[in-house]
Design a binder for this molecule. Structure first.
Ligand SMILES: C[C@](O)(CO)[C@H](O)COP(=O)(O)OP(=O)(O)OC[C@H]1O[C@@H](n2ccc(N)nc2=O)[C@H](O)[C@@H]1O
Ligand SMILES: Nc1ncnc2c1ncn2[C@@H]1O[C@H](COP(=O)(O)OP(=O)(O)OP(=O)(O)O)[C@@H](O)[C@H]1O
Length: 284
């Protein structure tokens, strides 16, 4: 038997850090949503008790370092499953981009294996399993739009934001999430994004307020490490995006645009100097 799952990319519309915790993680408040750019996973049952990962993308690990492998191993161990699975990852989300590609693959694996092996695991429990794999995984299990707190695992579902075009541009650099959080001094953050304004914009469907409420306290850290990310953000702003922000710890920068003609202009303009550019819609 085979099952298929889509693993969409996430963007952070708002990312605030409150303080550094005793366990080394940061207490966050984030508004996250999904975009229509997704990896596709095919999961096929194997009679032999093993996990095999393949992918057309040559640049991701296919062993136990792969988050889909880790998700399959976790679910097998926790629910005493003595069957195997072959997982093919059709990667479309750029890797190490701040778009939670690996986390979304892990979440899709949990959802898919729950179906493939008829385990009947409730969504809440799948999200708890996800938290063992990474801070972004519970949100990727749940999908939609959410307010996240804790280290990212406490989730409150939100309505969909007003629909718009999302231009994603990833400069050719790899950013380490651990390094970016490591350089952040939470007590010295000068400007915290207004989460109440972001929530109001979503609940009232006001695109202008949403664009004005975008904010990510990790931006300045990544900009200092990689000035080209700031330049990319400035370019998107100059080209006329209605709102611009770096996603997660970067390096992907996204622009929100209400008009198709403007989105097309920005997309074409960026393609001149940035290889990885996408024009997608929010997953509402
Ligand atoms: C930047 C975001 O992607 C925004 O959604 C997330 O906060 C990070 O999510 P993630 O990549 O799933 O993160 P994890 O794999 O759990 O953690 C990677 C590293 O980031 C740091 N980390 C992560 C989450 C958090 N709330 N505080 C942290 O300090 C920790 O040093 C951790 O070792
Ligand atoms: N299934 C996977 N897809 C992509 N990368 C993976 C996967 N499994 C493990 N990795 C490794 O994880 C690292 C981070 O990749 P990923 O694409 O998940 O980053 P990200 O989008 O920055 O994540 P986040 O936004 O959650 O911080 C890469 O260095 C990659 O080698």
């Amino acid at each position: 038997m085979k099952v298929f799952e889509k693993a969409p990319a996430k963007i952070n519309l708002s990312l605030d850090v409150l303080y550094k915790r005793e366990d080394g993680y940061h207490e966050v408040e984030m508004v996250m949503t999904m975009v229509d750019l997704a990896d596709r996973l095919e999961m096929q049952e194997l009679s032999r008790d093993t996990i095999i990962i393949s992918s057309q993308a040559g640049y991701i690990p296919l062993d136990e370092k792969n988050l889909a492998f880790q998700a399959a191993k976790l679910i097998k161990e926790r629910y005493n499953v003595h069957k195997g699975v072959y997982i093919h990852l059709d990667k479309k989300i750029p890797v190490a981009a701040g778009l939670a590609g690996g986390s979304s693959d892990a979440a899709a694996t949990l959802r898919g294996l729950n179906r493939l092996w008829n385990l009947g695991i409730p969504a809440r429990e799948l999200m708890e399993l996800g938290a063992e794999l990474g801070s972004d995984v519970p949100f990727c299990v749940m999908g939609g739009t959410a307010l996240a707190s804790g280290r990212g695992e406490k989730l409150e579902p939100l309505p969909s934001p007003p629909q718009c075009w999302v231009i994603l541009a990833k400069p050719p650099i790899n950013v380490s999430t651990g390094e970016v959080y490591g350089k952040l001094k939470a007590s010295e953050i000068e400007h915290h994004p207004s989460i109440p304004d972001m929530l109001q914009s979503i609940r009232s469907g006001r695109f202008d307020l949403l664009c004005r409420s975008l904010g990510n306290v990790l931006e300045n850290i990544t900009f200092e490490l990689y000035p080209e990310v700031r330049q990319l953000r400035d370019s998107m702003q100059r080209m006329g995006a209605d709102g611009v922000l770096m996603s997660g710890s970067g390096p992907t920068v996204f622009g929100l645009v209400s008009k198709f003609s403007k989105a097309a202009k920005i997309y074409n303009g960026l393609r001149g100097f940035c290889k990885e550019v996408y024009a997608v819609r929010l997953l509402t």
